[in-house]
Design a protein around this ligand. Structure first.
Ligand SMILES: Cc1ncc(COP(=O)(O)O)c(C=O)c1O
Ligand SMILES: N[C@H](C=O)CCC(=O)O
Length: 430
């Protein structure tokens, strides 16, 4: 494949945009080669400016459950655009989308829309602190909750890719209130509670971690977490910015029996438009301005075009929940094929699937937390990524990210992907 135009575009971008990208993971720093600059998407495919076509397993990092240019979503966006892009005033489509979300999540009585996952989590944390009157929060190493100050501590995703899990520019005075525990290790959480006599406002977790690769939380661990939060009057927040409507129609909450106090949602509820949301029981949400004293706002919050896209996507999913069975089967078919390809050249690989989310690590032991993730062979991943890209397969460009299946991806495309994996691994091991 030729990447000449993308290489030139990256050089141009570099002159005016830091690192040439508007979000660090896009820079291909954890893998080989240059990021293809994308011209357009269609169904399961991405097309770059050199004219290369790829089967897209990134899906804009999750939101595109129906693939690119879905006709229904496109029509609702165009219809909405024709009425105006933004009003900074209430619209009925916000209420409609809120009603859909509330009807799907037992844990949510009320929801507020914002413009990104970062904003959703930042606002939820503020609300949790305001509602409990406590400063401390607890997060898990390797989980990523967006880039707000309190949460840029031992985080996954781009921070893990760049080997800087915490960021300069965040005052230590702020992060001293962020306690860290180990994913799937309840003793580490107990220790944080024991060491915090002043109390903890909230525990935030990706119930299906997707920002250190795909690492789901054990059911027992989540139950123990719930019990600890109850015992200490601490709010449990499920960050479902990635897993919401991806892992199942009810996100992780369709898989675990554990019910959080608060939920954050993001990109998936906007079907590719910039959006985020946070929700909780009515008495918690009543603390939020203008009902309550905890301030939170946004000029473009509840943007009508994003709401229209999200509403169409959610209604399509709700009308046909069997989609999740199909997506899950394809994801399983894919990782089983990848594993067979790895076995064929005696490369250890562990895989996992939750709904349409899939992950694989070049590792010979189960991966349950960030320390396990760090043991996977990242150099091999980098080579594998390049070989797959050259064969028209667009995988997430970091071993700390998750893959996604869309309804546009067919069994034949999975076969093509598995064939590419055999060829790539054979080439690497030759
Ligand atoms: C679980 C989780 N929380 C929060 C975020 C932040 O969302 P955004 O990138 O839209 O700010 C992300 C996505 O990156 C995410 O996966
Ligand atoms: N892991 C992130 C989202 O899920 C990757 C997207 C980004 O930060 O640009």
């Amino acid at each position: 494949m030729a990447y000449d135009k993308s290489i030139a575009a990256f050089e141009e971008a570099y002159k005016v945009i830091p690192g040439g990208v508007d979000s660090p993971v896009r820079a291909f720093s954890g893998v080989e080669g240059t990021p293809p600059f994308i011209e357009r998407g269609e169904g399961a495919y991405l097309f770059d400016i050199d004219g290369n076509r790829y089967i897209d397993y990134v899906q804009s990092w999750g939101p595109l459950i129906f693939g690119h240019t879905d006709a229904d979503i496109e029509a609702s966006v165009i219809d909405s655009v024709k009425k105006g892009l933004s009003f900074g005033a209430p619209t009925t489509v916000e209420t409609e989308l809120a009603e859909e979300i509330v009807s799907m999540f037992d844990s949510i009585d009320k929801v507020r829309f914002v413009s990104s996952g970062t904003e959703a989590v930042m606002s939820a944390i503020r609300l949790a602190r305001g509602a409990t009157g406590r400063d401390n929060i607890l997060k898990f190493t390797g989980c990523y909750h967006g880039h707000s100050d309190s949460l840029l501590v031992q985080a996954g995703s781009g921070l893990a890719t760049f080997g800087t899990p915490s960021s300069p520019g965040v005052p230590a005075d702020l992060t001293k209130h962020t306690l860290l525990a180990t994913y799937n290790d309840i003793e580490s959480v107990e220790k944080c509670f024991a060491d915090s006599p002043e109390g903890i406002a909230c525990v935030i977790i990706e119930p299906i971690a997707g920002n250190m690769g795909l690492v789901p939380a054990d059911e027992t661990f989540l139950q123990q977490l719930r019990a600890l939060c109850d015992a200490h009057d601490t709010l449990l927040i499920f960050d479902e910015v990635m897993s919401g409507f991806r892992a199942s129609l009810k996100g992780a909450q369709g898989i675990t029996t554990v019910k959080p106090d608060m939920v954050t949602l993001g990109k998936v509820i906007g079907a590719g438009m910039p959006v985020g949301a946070f929700g909780a029981r009515a008495e918690i949400m009543a603390q939020l301005s203008p009902e309550g004293p905890v301030y939170q706002a946004g000029t473009l919050s509840g943007n009508p075009v994003a709401m229209a896209a999200g509403l169409t996507s959610l209604r399509k999913l709700k009308a046909n929940p069997a989609i999740y069975v199909e997506l899950g089967n394809r994801a399983k078919k894919l990782v089983e094929g990848l594993k067979r390809a790895a076995d064929s050249v005696n490369v250890p690989m562990v895989t996992d699937v939750r709904g349409s989310m899939f992950g694989f690590f070049f590792s010979d032991k189960p991966v349950r937390n960030f320390a396990d993730v760090m043991e996977n062979d990242q150099k091999l991943f980098a080579k594998f990524h390049k070989g797959m890209l050259d064969r028209g397969i667009y995988l997430a460009c970091s071993s700390f990210e998750t893959g996604f299946i869309s309804t546009a991806i067919t069994d034949e495309m999975i076969d093509e992907t598995v064939k590419a994996a055999y060829e790539t691994l054979k080439e690497i091991k030759a």
